[in-house]
Write a protein that binds this ligand. Structure first.
Ligand code: BEZ
Length: 212
């Protein structure tokens, strides 16, 4: 069965471009982004991995480690990394899992046989420090993902965890946020949101982003 939000991300040990990795141990106390791509030496994947490498500092700022996956071998990954570095003007600075036996792909339901019998689609999982799955997305092989959107979702999740707020549609960092509906005690709200809030409706309460 497909993984659902709130499930524990399955642990595994698998080889990678940086040697064998046991996922939970490798993540430690960090958040994680685990994402699959169909195959090495393909154009869309090359741009995605280059982009991800360039965003390393943005992921690190949020305490997030990233790890990619395809069903190609470690030797292939290492050759391809040279190409990504050369063509994307970056240095791939995260591991790429070599999932030749499809162990991880099957655990995470990354192969969708009606799309492709053997190759992984573009699956992506955000995993929190308790190892819970907090975001799942699946893109077709022909569409590269928007990694700024992944960062935006991580910001939203971390705001929810740390400040009891949710983020409205099209929210961007710095915009007003909404107080979660479960928070009802007026005294607690005043204490948690000293910048104040505006109740557009009793269930729609806007407040300035608390960590700004
Ligand atoms: C790619 O990864 O570049 C790709 C894969 C399948 C279809 C088109 C592009």
């Amino acid at each position: 069965m497909a993984l659902r939000l709130g499930d524990i991300a399955p642990d595994f040990e698998q080889d990678s471009s940086e040697g064998p990795i046991r996922l939970h141990e490798w993540l430690g106390a960090s958040w994680g982004v685990l994402f699959s791509h169909p195959a090495d030496f393909t154009p869309v994947c090359t741009t995605e991995l280059g982009l991800t490498a360039k965003l390393k500092g943005d992921f690190a700022k949020r305490n997030v480690k990233v790890i990619a996956l395809s069903v190609d071998s470690v030797a292939s990954h290492r050759e391809w990394i040279k190409d990504i570095d050369g063509t994307q003007g970056t240095t791939v600075n995260f591991p790429i899992i070599a999932d030749g036996d499809r162990k991880v792909s099957e655990l995470y339901d990354m192969i969708h046989p009606n799309a492709n019998e053997t190759l992984t689609v573009r699956s992506l999982f955000v995993i929190d420090p308790k190892k819970k799955v907090r975001l799942t997305i699946t893109y077709p092989a022909s569409t590269g993902r928007n990694f700024n959107e992944i960062l935006r979702v991580i910001d939203s999740l971390q705001l929810t965890d740390n400040h009891s707020v949710a983020t409205p549609g099209n929210w961007q960092d710095g915009d007003d946020v909404v107080i979660v509906p479960s928070l009802k005690d007026e005294d607690v709200i005043k204490q948690k949101f000293p910048k104040g809030y505006k109740a557009v409706r009793p269930y729609l309460r806007l407040t300035p982003q608390p960590n700004k």
